[in-house]
Design a protein around this ligand. Structure first.
Ligand SMILES: O=C(O)CCC(=O)C(=O)O
Length: 428
């Protein structure tokens, strides 16, 4: 029944042989993979011409989905296990299931069943300079005081520019990875430009399902020199005409709280600008991921260009009209409209009268989406505190005074967490 001693020894040899082959194969794989990763780390920290070197590694760094999908599971697991590396390498486009690092805890997801669409018509800014001024100003103020988000049309930003920007964004993110990887944070030729997926992967609970390129504006010359050539022209033009609109909106909002603003005041309040281009790839499991997690913007006003795909949601706060109806309000795309939202500094200056809205982006499994936000914010040395005219009226200041640079540093060293950023300034 048990066979002869000779038989047993034969069986032992074949089992040993199989185990030996398996061990050699496994050792070889882990050696290859570990060295790949070490070389990646070298590259990413070396400050070398990263593009050439990443290009040479196209086998699994390519953003060709099929190439990535043919990579051994171990490669995917390695990238999956390392948040920072995964953030730097690439979203695994084309996967049929999102890797674990992108799966959000249930309380961070956006449940579509728990959301309503904001059906308010967009505000027509062409009427702001005519007899309709009062009515339009009231619409802007009401929106800033309630949801903190509104959409505008006839805003003065040329429509051909908006279309061209969307096309440019799709083209840019469609470039081979090595062309974009030169802007990865550790190796970017300028601190003004950063490419990545999640903003602070080492601190976030799960990664965002997106890619972004973030550019600081410090002047035209620097923008033309350091922002990617493929996008700098159209982005600069878009930013400049958007800023004209931001100034008009800001004047209306300040006037409503009794503050007469002049050019020098506005220049301080929106003296710092950042522009991002964001790409949300099609997601196989949009119910468990998030494009950008819950956050409020840190500056004054944000101008957002979103394409026709949708996915932008505002969190309903306790005292909102929508409180009993839903947890989220969807801001649907409107052709030719731009989205405007109130950010933290405007909430502070208005002593809480204007609402910096907590918002997030949900992915879809139907289309990839692009958006282009322009963040306007005070210069870093500006001392921010509720404006005296509002404090006098309210009888109390709800926020302390601080330099904007300190606020910014605090936000940029912490993971996104809804409106927690404002705790830095609150007097409780
Ligand atoms: O992509 C969007 O619609 C929103 C982007 C956003 O919230 C941000 O970049 O802060």
């Amino acid at each position: 029944m048990f066979g002869t001693p000779r038989d047993i020894s034969d069986e032992n040899w074949s089992i040993r042989f199989i185990i030996l082959c398996w061990l050699i194969w496994k050792r070889r794989c882990s050696f290859v993979l570990a060295s790949e990763v070490r070389r990646m780390e070298d590259i990413l920290t070396s400050g070398d011409r990263v593009a050439d070197r990443l290009a040479a590694k196209g086998r699994w760094l390519s953003n060709e989905p099929t190439v990535f999908l043919t990579a051994p599971d171990d490669v995917i697991n390695l990238v999956e296990d390392d948040k920072v590396l995964s953030n730097l390498v690439r979203l695994p486009l084309g996967l049929s299931k999102v890797p674990g690092l992108y799966v959000q805890p249930p309380n961070e997801r956006i449940d579509k069943e728990n959301a309503i669409k904001l059906e308010l018509p967009p505000i027509d800014l062409s009427k702001l300079d005519g007899p309709g001024h009062h009515e339009v100003a009231e619409q802007i103020v009401r929106a800033a005081e309630t949801v903190g988000f509104f959409q505008v049309v006839n805003h003065g930003v040329p429509l051909h520019l908006i279309q061209s920007l969307k096309d440019t964004a799709h083209k840019f993110f469609g470039l081979p990875l090595e062309r974009k990887a030169v802007y990865l944070a550790p190796v970017s030729p300028s601190p003004l430009v950063t490419y990545g997926t999640s903003y602070l992967p080492e601190k976030e609970k799960a990664l965002g399902w997106k890619d972004y390129i973030l550019m600081q504006y410090t002047g035209d010359d620097e923008a033309l020199r350091y922002w990617p050539d493929e996008i700098n022209g159209v982005l600069l033009e878009y930013m400049k005409s958007s800023i004209v609109m931001v100034k008009r909106l800001l004047r209306v909002l300040l006037e409503n709280i009794g503050v007469k603003s002049d050019d020098s005041m506005i220049d301080v309040l929106i003296g710092k600008k950042m522009v991002a281009m964001i790409f949300y790839p099609i997601c196989p499991n949009p119910d468990v991921t998030i494009g950008i997690g819950r956050h409020s913007d840190i500056g004054m006003l944000t101008v957002l260009l979103q394409d026709e795909v949708g996915g932008l949601y505002v969190k309903v706060e306790k005292d909102m009209d929508y409180e009993k109806k839903a947890e989220w309000i969807e801001i649907p795309p409107i052709p030719d409209a731009l989205v405007i939202n109130v950010a933290d500094m405007l909430q502070v200056l208005s002593n809480g009268k204007y609402r910096s809205a907590e918002h997030a982006v949900r992915n879809t499994n139907i289309n990839s989406r692009v958006s282009v936000p322009i963040f306007t914010m005070p210069i870093e040395t500006a001392k921010i505190a509720p404006l005296p005219q509002v404090v006098e009226k309210d009888g109390i200041a709800n926020y302390r005074e601080f330099p904007f640079g300190d606020y910014m540093n605090n936000v940029f060293t912490n993971a996104l967490d809804g409106k927690k950023s404002l705790d830095f300034a609150k007097i409780s």
